[in-house]
Design a protein around this ligand. Structure first.
Ligand code: ADP
Ligand code: ZN
Length: 603
């Protein structure tokens, strides 16, 4: 009897994908499927979910069905598998019936390991009949949160997937998502009838992302400075309105930065073309509404800027999460202004459903406290997702890198408190923070005239701060519970018992110094030195090869692999093979080209 030793999972990982090691949770997930167990995998964006079914697909008998909601993404994934020499295909509405026919033939002949399709296609009775003739080894459901009402992207087509368990009783089912709430998790297990699934829940920390918030002044200038600091990098600028997307993209082009807009108001052909140009590194910046992103798996997005305030923390996290899928250091910048917050607040007030209004208002106020807080940004994000561990300082957010100083704010805080007090005393009603600050600063607004607040003793006594600084101090006093804000639309202020105590006993009050100047500092490169000239010329070579093959550049090699190349300068195939991201197929196809290029570059 011949005994063959099976290659270890690590060996298979290197051969097929070129990676040296599994990312956290990947190995356990892969092993569980190989043991034919159901799996629920919750990994953040960039956590490496695709590999969790792609590797088993190669090691198991039968075909792996991959259900995905995003037609655009299927091609990208199949291209990237093909680049690694893995036979995969997709079947969707973008193909002609003849082409579908050809692909089905290849599948029946056993030439294909993975088949991607949308749920509505898979669940067509005639198509299901076809699929039942195949030997199916694994069913992987990507973006599995789409099955849940409680998810942020419910899709009715996903509900039909509940029948899969009955139709394929012996086939393990794997569900993958980056949405971590308990409710969604339970819903997925129930809807898909998973049988005691192995649940792997990764931390949602993204250690390679640096989070920064800057008060928005001249937003466009700040954005331009940020982009000019990173002349070679590409990224996304999220805006609230379509108009802003258009204007920013136009202005950036005038300032010499290749940018394009993306929003739902664009004709779908143009939208598709703009996305494609971004994926292919033909433009480096896309100015987009939140319509852009899901299904963009470009791995070398080096930054995400929020030009306007996001509506909630979940959205902010998902959007910033699109940076740095390749694991390299990437920047997230939020330009924060209270005017943006006020605009969102107006939108919320226009909602007719009171419940919806309440939820949206709460989410917005959480988002605002995130922006104004002097606490570690990462800590706030992770707490939001129910994670409490994590080392501080995190080393990757503005508040940890450049901690904001506290100052003795007893005097200004007393001024603010007494101003709230005097207004109530004079008028018999309470007002919001903005009006209070206007009174403190001695402004001549319509309301001040109408209500006679210019004759208050606290009128004009607060000239030591700018308006934005007063607002930020006021917000902090609300967070620290010296003041309470009403839950209705008017957000009127009242002094709390703690505030009254502080005012009467002249307790010292410490607050954070308001953010003042623009600090466009960059995070230190954690990857260590690499030759940036060589890196840029490797990038150019990669782009050339990608264009020849009609695929995005990151499908040839990720930025991470190119950087390693620029650092280690491999000149032999043996050295080249050791790079992370170089498997057997890429070694054969690109080894010669890249090592020759490196040799020519070395003096
Ligand atoms: P997700 O779907 O979870 O957002 P992806 O599957 O798109 O993540 O993977 C993100 C990136 O990480 C991809 O570029 C992928 O090739 C890379 N990757 C996945 N697993 C590994 C690994 N074990 N080592 C190195 N890179 C990996
Ligand atoms: Zn931090």
């Amino acid at each position: 009897m011949i005994t063959t030793t099976k290659p270890s999972l690590e060996e298979a990982l290197k051969t097929h994908f070129g990676y040296e090691a599994f990312r956290p949770h990947q190995r356990l997930i892969v092993q569980s499927v190989l043991d034919r167990r159901d799996v629920l995998a919750l990994l953040p964006t960039g956590g490496g979910k695709s590999l969790c079914f792609q590797l088993p697909a190669l090691l198991m008998e039968g075909i792996t069905l991959v259900v995905s909601p995003l037609i655009a993404l299927m091609k990208d994934q199949v291209d990237s598998l093909s680049a690694n020499g893995i036979p995969a295909t997709f079947i969707n509405s973008s193909l002609s019936p003849e082409e579908v026919g050809r692909r089905l033939v290849a599948i029946r002949q056993g030439k294909i390991r993975l088949v991607y399709m949308a749920p509505e296609r898979l669940m067509l009775p005639a198509f299901l009949e076809e699929v039942q003739k195949w030997t199916v080894g694994l069913i992987a459901i990507d973006e599995a949160h789409c099955i849940s009402w409680w998810g942020h992207d419910f899709r009715p087509e996903y509900r039909q997937l509940s029948q899969l368990r009955n139709i394929f009783p012996g086939v393990p089912i794997m569900a993958l998502t980056a949405t971590a709430t308990d409710r969604v998790r339970k819903d997925i297990i129930e809807q898909l009838h998973l049988r005691q699934p192995r649940q792997e829940v990764a931390s949602f920390n993204r250690p390679n992302l640096t989070y920064r918030v800057l008060p928005k002044r001249d937003g466009y200038r700040q954005l331009l400075t940020f982009l000019k600091d990173r002349p070679q990098e590409s990224g996304i600028v999220y805006c609230l309105s379509r108009k802003t997307c258009e204007e920013l993209a136009r202005d950036l082009v005038e300032d010499g930065i290749a940018a394009l807009p993306y929003h739902a108001g664009l004709e779908s052909a143009i939208r598709g073309k703009n996305q494609e140009k971004f994926l292919r590194d033909d433009v480096r910046v896309v100015c987009a509404t939140i319509a852009f992103g899901m299904g963009v798996h470009k791995s070398n997005v080096r930054f995400v800027v929020h030009f306007n305030l996001p509506r909630n923390i979940e959205g902010y996290y998902q959007e910033t999460g699109r940076a740095g899928r390749d694991g390299l250091a990437s920047d997230c910048l939020l330009l924060y202004s209270s005017a943006d917050a006020a605009k969102l607040s107006r939108f919320i007030n226009e909602k007719t459903d009171p419940n919806e209004r309440k939820v949206a208002a709460r989410q917005l106020s959480e988002m605002m406290s995130f922006a104004e807080s002097s606490v570690c940004r990462r800590k706030i994000l992770l707490n939001y997702f129910g994670e409490t561990e994590g080392a501080l300082p995190c080393g990757g957010c503005d508040n940890c890198l450049e901690p904001r100083q506290n100052f003795d704010a007893t005097l200004p805080a007393q001024k603010l408190l007494s101003c709230v007090y005097r207004i109530k005393e004079r008028s018999g009603f309470s007002v919001g923070l903005t009006h209070t600050v206007d009174v403190l600063m001695g402004h001549a607004t319509e309301k001040i005239q109408k209500w006679g607040h210019a004759s208050l003793s606290t009128y004009g006594i607060g000239t030591e701060f700018k308006k934005r600084e007063w607002l930020s101090l006021g917000q902090e006093m609300i967070r620290k519970e010296y003041l309470a804000q009403s839950q209705d639309d008017f957000k009127t202020l009242t002094i709390t018992a703690k505030g009254v105590g502080a005012l009467k006993q002249r307790d010292p009050i410490t607050l954070t110094k308001p953010l003042s100047s623009l600090r466009p500092r960059r995070r230190k490169e954690v990857e260590g030195g690499f030759d940036s000239n060589l890196f840029n010329s490797l990038k150019a070579l990669r782009k050339e090869l990608a264009d020849e093959r009609n695929v995005p550049a990151y499908i040839i090699f990720s930025d991470a692999t190119l950087r390693q190349m620029a650092r280690e300068r491999p000149t032999t195939l043996e050295q080249f093979r050791r790079l992370s991201g170089v498997g057997q197929r890429k070694l054969a196809e690109f080894g010669e080209i890249f090592t020759t290029h490196v040799k020519r570059f070395i003096p």
